[in-house]
Design a protein around this ligand. Structure first.
Ligand code: ADP
Length: 490
């Protein structure tokens, strides 16, 4: 097993089974640990801490102690630390990418791209840290002044998923620190090592102790409840499934905690009759196959105009068959293993259901023999509207294709979902593409582009895909409170 990425942790006094709490590397309070496995081989990577309620509370205390100092730290200094972290992440791209491949499984190419994306949140929010607006002006009725100021919301707690072990953490950490808030992070149980490595680099960049606390654990509910049940936690940001998000929203209600939720998607990918089919195939590969399809904005279902359906199916099928599956670190591999066996079983179930209802496999790639949780790149055609795969998040390398002739009817099908995260439209007519984009119920639309994510743009969903936005000018808002002062003088 290639453990090169773990060397990053050797930069800190990290010992196997430690949490990062109050600037120190310590075992969990009750000393418990759990194993993390490599999804490409099933081999044990390391044991990490199984933090519990006591650690969760201690982390709140550490964050609370650091809050006043950080709030008083000049924004320029906060910005410099974030910028230095950006540089350090870039410098250590290879080691971070290897760590991501090791615990998540994705292809090295995707992991390296993730490190770039994750690092950019530090650059973007380093730039935003010094541009937090306040205002001072006359009350419209005259006679007194309106002062509107922004201040950090306070201790913030994050729960993140395994599909982007670095980026889902930095997308939250960077704006929170930029705004002046201390951070508590519970990474996904499957991918805690990358989050610990990010903590190492932030520390090296000069982040004072207590401002980032990382608690790896397989006792997610215990840590989540301890944070949401404590009134010192003022902001909660979650990325994960809609089901878990709903549960956490209920818990957040008790203390009326301010929440941001990035939940599941069911993105339609629309190919119009006037699309550049080759560009649409390239976009479909990006939107479907990045991270093996284990991406919440992944194209989940395809609506292809009947006039170009044969050409699109043939070219897309050829591209999918050419996908090389294997260990993410092997030369030329573009599809790594899925995160675990239940993930593969769920994808297989969705494919079996579609086939039982009349769908056909138009193209399928190969997967290596032996261990590892692999699923082949697959294109399904003739998928009927009632197939589960059109209504549930696939989270894997399977593309169900359907056709359309009427735009309104296609839009009705595309919008018939409780989700509304991303969607994609391919058309050479920008007027048509924009008209469709505006009518698609989604927080984000890629027009003639299969890659949407950009730290400088607001990421987030409508309907049951979430609440709030991350990245862009909007991203820092989640960590700022507005205070209005009516100012008069005697
Ligand atoms: P997935 O199926 O991808 O694991 P989840 O939404 O369950 O999706 O997981 C996303 C994150 O939410 C992970 O960090 C996981 O540990 C965490 N999580 C799951 N259940 C809970 C819970 N009850 N309370 C707090 N965090 C949870």
């Amino acid at each position: 097993m290639n453990l090169a990425g773990i060397d990053l942790l050797a930069k800190a006094p990290y010992a196997e089974g430690d949490v990062f709490l109050g600037g120190r590397w310590l075992p969990a309070a009750d000393g418990r640990t759990y194993p993390v496995y490599d999804p490409a081989t099933g081999d044990l990577i390391r044991h990490v801490s199984a933090a519990g309620e006591e650690d969760a509370r201690a982390a709140i205390g550490a964050a609370e102690s650091a809050a006043a100092g950080w709030r008083a730290t000049p924004p320029r200094r906060r910005s410099e630390i974030l910028h230095d972290t950006f540089e350090l992440m870039r410098e250590h791209t290879d080691a971070l990418a290897r760590l991501i491949v090791l615990e998540n499984g994705k292809a090295y190419r995707d992991a390296a791209a993730e490190v770039g994306y994750a690092a950019e949140f530090f650059r973007w929010f380093a730039e935003e840290a010094v541009r937090i607006d306040s205002s001072f002006g006359d009350a419209p009725a005259g006679g007194y002044r309106h002062v509107v100021r922004r201040h950090p919301v306070g201790v913030t707690a994050f729960v993140t998923p395994w599909n982007f072990p670095a980026a889902m953490a930095t997308r939250k950490i960077a704006p929170a620190l930029a705004a002046g808030c201390p951070v508590l992070l519970k990474p996904a149980p499957e991918t805690p090592l990358t989050a610990l490595a990010v903590a190492v680099l932030l520390t090296e960049a000069g982040l004072p102790e207590g401002l980032l606390n990382v608690l790896p654990t397989d006792r997610a509910a215990e840590v989540g409840s301890a944070w949401l049940g404590d009134e010192r936690v003022r902001k909660f940001s979650f990325t994960g499934s809609t089901a878990t998000g709903r549960l956490l929203l209920e818990q957040a209600a008790a203390n009326v905690v301010n929440v941001t939720m990035e939940l599941g998607g069911n993105a339609p990918f629309v190919v119009c009759a006037d699309a550049d089919v080759d560009a649409a195939v390239r976009g479909a590969m990006d939107a479907k196959m990045r991270g093996g399809g284990e991406v919440c904005i992944a194209a989940n279902r395809f609506y292809v105009h009947a006039d170009v359906a044969a050409e699109f199916t043939e070219k897309f099928g050829a591209a999918m068959v050419a996908v090389r599956a294997g260990s993410g670190l092997a030369e030329g591999v573009t599809l790594g293993p899925m995160i675990n066996q239940p993930a593969v079983d769920k994808i297989r179930d969705l494919v079996a259901d579609a086939l039982a209802r009349g769908a056909r496999i138009a193209a399928q790639g190969e997967v290596p023999d032996g261990p590892g949780h692999f699923h082949p790149a697959t294109v399904l055609v003739d998928v009927p509207d009632d197939a589960r795969i059109l209504h549930e998040e696939v989270f894997g390398p399977v593309a169900p294709l359907t056709t359309f002739t009427d735009e309104d009817e296609m839009l009705a099908r595309a919008n018939a979902t409780v989700h509304g995260l991303a969607s994609y439209v391919y058309s050479r007519d920008v007027g048509r593409a924009l008209r469709l984009a505006e009518r698609l119920e989604a927080g984000m639309v890629g027009v003639n582009r299969g890659l949407l994510s950009d730290p400088a743009a607001p990421f987030g969903g409508v309907k049951q895909s979430g609440l709030g936005r991350e990245g862009g000018r909007e991203g820092i808002e989640a960590f700022l409170e507005t205070q209005y002062i009516a100012l008069d003088w005697p």
